[in-house]
Design a protein around this ligand. Structure first.
Ligand SMILES: [Zn+2]
Ligand SMILES: [Zn+2]
Ligand SMILES: [Zn+2]
Ligand SMILES: [Zn+2]
Length: 355
């Protein structure tokens, strides 16, 4: 047995549990919750394992390959795994991803320790809908990881991932009743000019957009609750229509199809009048800043609403500080930056390294 075989086995198991979880929603929802979470945990562990098998073992134990291959070890918790992904693998989970996984983890714990049978048809229906919402949300994020960020590691399972995606998306039938109940209200709101997009998690046209421009807001799905960081920019640089972007500064204009990048978004967001006047007066607090969250270079701009927005990762900041060494504005903590530098320079320490 080698590392690669153990990895494949873990991934196969994860798929197995997911298919099982889907089949159990209707008849045995309690087991669906337990198996679904087991699958999520296995995928995360598999990613760790691809880096090194010992990462799957809890910090409290010494790593021992012979024990590992026979399953005689204590494995990492979800939180531990997330930390290792960030610190060691350098491919961490975003907050929304970890939150969605933690929700299914909490449900799993409830099922194991406190589950009681539903007493009525209504109660049981609501119970299943709650599960489906959380599973769809967790799958939305897991699927993204498997086909984008962790694509290289999981590409051998492309077909299975696609098959699962199709099956899981069919679960949205469980949520049809929620959508039907909301429909009159949604129709009413549409007449008032409120826009709805198709939710990327549950597929219903129930993701409510806000009209505000040049500010980050949460577009929340009224059916499943998925919220995406969204931004409306007033003018597409190509056609001049309003564009809505989700989660990041890469996207497409809904009117003309132009592909937008953070640079275009920054250009559209910046309060150019105020920045121009400030520059003339020698006030450099309006310059473009660097983002220490996403490593964006000059992606952070000050908007007319007097907030700083990263046009790449959609982080919002009240103010920026300048790096003590390179003098560039940055979203991070710049207290020790004269010596340590920022994420775009190495500071004084590096300067004197060769002396
Ligand atoms: Zn939804
Ligand atoms: Zn356009
Ligand atoms: Zn950023
Ligand atoms: Zn610097």
């Amino acid at each position: 047995m080698n590392n690669e075989e153990m990895f494949s086995r873990l991934v196969e198991n994860a798929f197995d549990f997911l298919f099982k979880a889907i089949s159990e929603i209707e008849g045995q929802p309690k087991y669906s919750v337990i198996h679904f979470y087991a699958a999520v945990e296995l995928f995360v562990k598999a990613r760790l394992m691809k880096e090194h098998w010992s990462l799957v073992i809890s910090q409290r134990q010494e790593a021992d390959w012979d024990k590992f291959i026979v399953g005689d070890f204590q494995s990492v918790t979800l939180t531990e795994a997330a930390n290792k992904l960030r610190k060691i693998v350098r491919s961490g989970l975003a907050k929304a991803e970890l939150d969605a996984f933690k929700e299914v983890a909490n449900d799993r714990n409830k099922m194991v320790h406190f589950f009681h049978e539903a007493h009525s048809e209504e109660e049981s229906g609501k119970f299943k809908r709650d599960i489906v919402k959380k599973q769809l949300k967790a799958w939305f994020f897991l699927h993204q990881l498997l086909i984008a960020k962790w694509k290289k590691e999981f590409s051998s399972w492309d077909d299975k991932i696609a098959e699962l995606d199709e099956k899981l998306r069919r679960l949205h039938e469980f949520l049809q009743v929620i959508f039907d109940n909301l429909k009159p209200q949604i129709e009413e709101n549409k007449k008032k000019g409120i826009q709805y997009d198709e939710c990327p998690s549950c597929g219903f046209e129930a993701q409510e957009l806000c009209e505000d421009e040049n500010t980050i807001y949460e577009a929340k799905c009224l059916v499943c609750g998925l919220a995406e960081k969204s931004l409306n920019i007033q003018q597409c640089p190509e056609c001049g229509e309003t564009v809505t972007l989700k989660e990041e500064g890469f996207g497409q204009c809904q009117s003309c199809g132009k592909h937008l990048e953070p640079e275009d978004v920054a250009g559209a967001l910046i309060d150019s009048g105020a920045a121009h006047i400030a520059a003339m007066e020698g006030d450099d607090s309006w310059g473009e800043g660097n983002c220490s969250d996403c490593d964006g270079y000059h992606t952070v701009v000050r908007t007319e609403n007097d907030e700083w927005i990263c046009a790449s990762c959609f982080g919002v900041f009240e103010s920026l500080e300048a790096c003590g060494w390179c003098n560039e504005l940055n979203t991070g903590d710049m207290e020790d930056s004269y010596v340590a530098g920022c994420n775009h320079c190495d500071g004084m320490a590096d300067w004197h390294k060769d002396d």
